[in-house]
Design a protein around this ligand. Structure first.
Ligand code: RIB
Length: 296
């Protein structure tokens, strides 16, 4: 069984600030770092570091995206399905505040140049029972979902970042949703407590397994009538960027490698805790050995 992650690759330009810039305001940044990022790339690295075998499909621009591909390769991800296209690689302008929180401005670049022809070429490499992991940072997500369904792949969807296009996707094909409260509220059409959102999502998508992340309150998992709760491991916060991606990668990686849902949730919570204790997106993702050794 293979895992295909069809997702974004970004250059993260991380500006250290005291407070986020407000409309009409000009502020100075105390520091600037460039990291590998993109929800797709981060999740591929987390999947691979969890011990799963993963193929990343997506696109970078000519000239400036090679280091993203090398970073995936050095984490053990298969990169044969990444296209190099005319134009710019996607990037993210990230303001990182003193408390480790962030806000992000995305430029899609090559991530938004994925075509149906490219999708068909990638899908030829996969078959029934293989996993497909998707986020919402590339073009043609709805078409990729249709193709995955035709093939009988297991579809994992992290609807992040949320936008209007998501309501046009065939979400009834999704086998696993991994999402936060805001995303869940947008999909359900109204906000609510974690338990209420979990109920609404499972009423709307009765065949789907749902993992609802609740920030500092941990996460909830629902599979049919079974509900599991998972707390967080508290650590000093350095940078929250990619903590959610790390959680997603280790959770799905754990499930694919035969862990039950409770074990996979705990593995994912530990991995995410280590990631928030370190700076950067992809560079903050720990190895499976580090996660296993983590005592919390
Ligand atoms: O989830 C974190 C990621 O979101 C960053 O790496 C940035 O590139 C954006 O895609």
């Amino acid at each position: 069984m293979k895992i295909l992650n069809f997702g974004s690759l970004n250059i993260d330009k991380v500006y250290q600030v005291d407070n986020f810039v407000r409309p009409g305001e000009t502020i100075s940044s105390k520091n600037l770092n460039f990291f590998c990022g993109g929800k797709g790339l981060n999740q591929s690295i987390a999947l691979s570091k969890s011990g799963a075998e993963v193929w990343h499909a997506g696109a970078v621009g000519t000239g400036d995206g090679d280091f993203l591909i090398r970073q995936l390769q050095s984490a053990g991800v298969n990169t044969e399905l990444i296209a190099v296209l005319e134009g710019k690689t996607g990037h993210a302008i990230i303001q990182k505040a003193k408390d480790g929180g962030n806000c992000i401005l995305l430029f899609g670049g090559a991530n938004q140049q994925i075509t149906r022809e490219m999708v068909d070429g990638v899908m030829d490499h996969f078959e029934k029972g293989d996993y497909l992991v998707l986020q919402n940072e590339i073009s043609e997500i709805g078409y990729i979902m249709e193709r995955a369904r035709e093939k009988g792949m297991v579809l994992v969807f992290n609807p992040s970042p949320m936008d209007d296009k998501i309501s046009t996707y065939p979400l009834e094909y999704v086998d696993y949703f991994l999402l936060n409260e805001i995303e869940a509220g947008d999909i359900c059409g109204e906000q609510g407590s974690g338990e209420e959102l979990l109920q609404k999502l499972s009423d709307k998508f009765p065949a789907s397994k749902i993992v609802l992340t609740l920030g500092g309150d941990g996460s909830l998992y629902r599979d049919g009538q079974r509900i599991l709760t998972q707390g967080i491991y508290k650590v000093p916060v350095a940078d929250t960027t990619a903590a959610g991606d790390t959680f997603t990668g280790f959770l799905i990686g754990g499930l694919v490698q035969g862990l039950d849902a409770g074990e996979a949730l705990d593995l994912a919570a530990k991995a995410a805790a280590i990631a928030v204790s370190r700076p950067g997106a992809a560079p903050s993702i720990p190895s499976r050995e580090e996660v296993e050794a983590f005592k919390g």
